[in-house]
Structures are given as structure tokens and as C-alpha cells.
Design a protein around this ligand. Sequence first.
Ligand SMILES: [Zn+2]
Length: 92
Amino acid sequence: MPHRADQIRHAEKVCAACGRPFSWRKKWERDWDRVKYCSMACKRWRPTALDLTLERTILGLLASRAGGVAISLDDVVKAAREATDRAVVTGD
Ligand SMILES: [Zn+2]
């Protein structure tokens, strides 16, 4: 059975700001449990009103069911990409 220190060293977290996974680093040795962000830039980042609106909308979509079929995160991302492409084409 691995030692606790090894488990911590191999742990990965997901950044609370950018959503990317990041790994344990020596500089976080003492406060790894409290580390939430992968970088200083992400630590300073705060969600904007638009971010929070998008988050609520996406969570609402994920919770809803269209024709009895649960909407997946992939569906939401695909729809958002298509909407962005249309906005670029039409200049909206
Ligand atoms: Zn980050």
C-alpha cells in the first residue's frame, strides 16, 4: 500500500478557474489541500456576470430533457460552437 505522501504527490486536481487538470508541485507541499487554482492568473480570475449566466443556462440545459432524452455536456458544447459560428457569419 502506498504511503500517504506518495498519494498526495501523484494527486491531480482540476483548476477552479480554467477547468484544466494540474498536478501536485513541490511549492504546494504544505498547502496542497487548499490549492484550487493551477496558476496565479487563475487565482486572480473571478467569474463575470456572463460566466455565471452561462453556467446557470448550461446547468439548466443539462437538467432538462428534450423528448425524454437527457442533454449531455457534449450536446451543449456542440450547440454553443454552432451558435458561435453562426454569430461570426452573420456578425451578430
Ligand atoms: Zn487554471
